[in-house]
Design a protein around this ligand. Structure first.
Ligand SMILES: N[C@@H](CSCCS(N)(=O)=O)C(=O)O
Ligand SMILES: [Mn+2]
Ligand SMILES: [Mn+2]
Ligand SMILES: [Mn+2]
Length: 321
């Protein structure tokens, strides 16, 4: 069956959560690859909200090493409000990034609209450094630390971040595809009880079992709205090289699509982030392949199946008698 979903597409040209120029052009690259039409062709009712516009603040000195606190803190608030509005309008929120710091806003906004939501974070990285454990000060590697309730006592006061209310518990998160964690992140994952399926587990159990264990852990009764935060650097750099922090040994495009197909099949997918596409990195071929993989993941999230799709009302034609 084709999708009857309503999807609200939000472009978030964010880049200040990391240092490689170009990731702010991710939304444009995905649009130019026809992501909107590809969803419409699936029977999805697409509402395109365009790209959010962020006021640029140059007076933005690092706090405790955390870079661009004002720009990111204010942007995240706009993102949170927009995602909340889209979900309250009964649309699935598809956010096109932009760097992964945008997920501070998307998850905060999702939780404001659906307090019982759970999170599948597909990434080479855990993105859960606190400002005190981050080796880089890049907020795209800290996004989750501001949102996880159990981390509240480990997070220092950051100007422009005061509005962020921790809104998800460690037990409501499942990681898939991790293969590059910092010590502080591993300590948090291990000691706070976050379900974590690294590439080691993907190799050991296979992607289907990893998904089943993830759902068993965070959505055992299949009744919780699901947030999928998909960082394209979760995929192997051979198919997703146009991204800021590539790490060898990643998910195949088949495994990425399988995750999306299975989450789509739950009927509970309520928010999707598609982040870290940087069209200025890599060769033209690498960029085109990265964008293609990202759009295929998006199509699978909204009903595209590898077995094919039958349009509503389809009747097998008979010869004229
Ligand atoms: N763990 C490192 C790299 S984080 C990579 C962030 S992302 N969003 O996965 O590209 C750090 O904190 O700087
Ligand atoms: Mn990553
Ligand atoms: Mn990430
Ligand atoms: Mn990255």
């Amino acid at each position: 069956r084709l999708s009857k979903d309503k999807v609200g597409v939000i472009g978030v040209p964010s880049c200040k959560g990391q240092s490689a120029g170009g990731v702010q052009h991710g939304p444009k690259a995905l649009r130019q690859a026809g992501i909107i039409d590809k969803l419409t062709q699936l029977g999805v009712e697409v509402y395109d909200y365009g790209d959010l516009v962020f006021e640029q603040f140059d007076d933005d000195t690092p706090i405790l090493g955390l870079k661009n606190p004002k720009n990111i803190g204010l942007a995240a608030k706009k993102i949170s409000d927009q995602v909340s509005r889209v979900i309250k309008d009964d649309q699935i929120a598809l956010t096109l990034g932009g760097d992964h710091s945008l997920s501070i806003g998307t998850i905060h906004g999702h939780a404001a609209a659906e307090k019982n939501m759970c999170l599948v974070w597909v990434d080479a990285h855990a993105d859960i450094n606190t400002p005190l454990t981050s080796p880089s000060g890049n907020v795209h590697g800290m996004a989750l630390s501001f949102l996880v309730k159990e981390l509240k006592e480990y997070i220092p006061q950051i100007p422009h971040f005061e509005w962020i209310k921790p809104c998800i518990s460690a037990k409501d998160i499942a990681y898939i595809g991790l293969r590059d964690l910092d010590p502080g992140e591993l300590w948090i994952v291990r000691n706070m009880g976050i379900s974590c399926f690294t590439m080691h587990e993907v190799d050991r159990y296979g992607i289907d079992m990893v998904l089943r264990m993830s759902m068993q852990a965070i959505n055992p009764h299949g009744d919780r709205p699901i947030h999928l935060s998909f960082d394209v650097d979760s995929l192997d750099p051979r198919i997703s090289a146009a991204t800021g922090t590539p790490v060898p040994g990643g998910l195949s495009v088949r495994e990425g699509i399988y995750i999306a197909e299975e989450l789509a099949a739950t009927g509970k997918l309520t928010a999707v982030d598609l982040v870290e596409v940087n069209p200025l990195l890599g060769t033209k071929e690498e960029r085109d392949l990265t964008v293609y993989a990202a759009t295929e993941i998006a199509r699978a999230c909204f009903g595209k199946k590898r077995e094919g799709n039958i349009p509503p009302g389809y009747v097998l034609p008979r010869p004229d008698t």
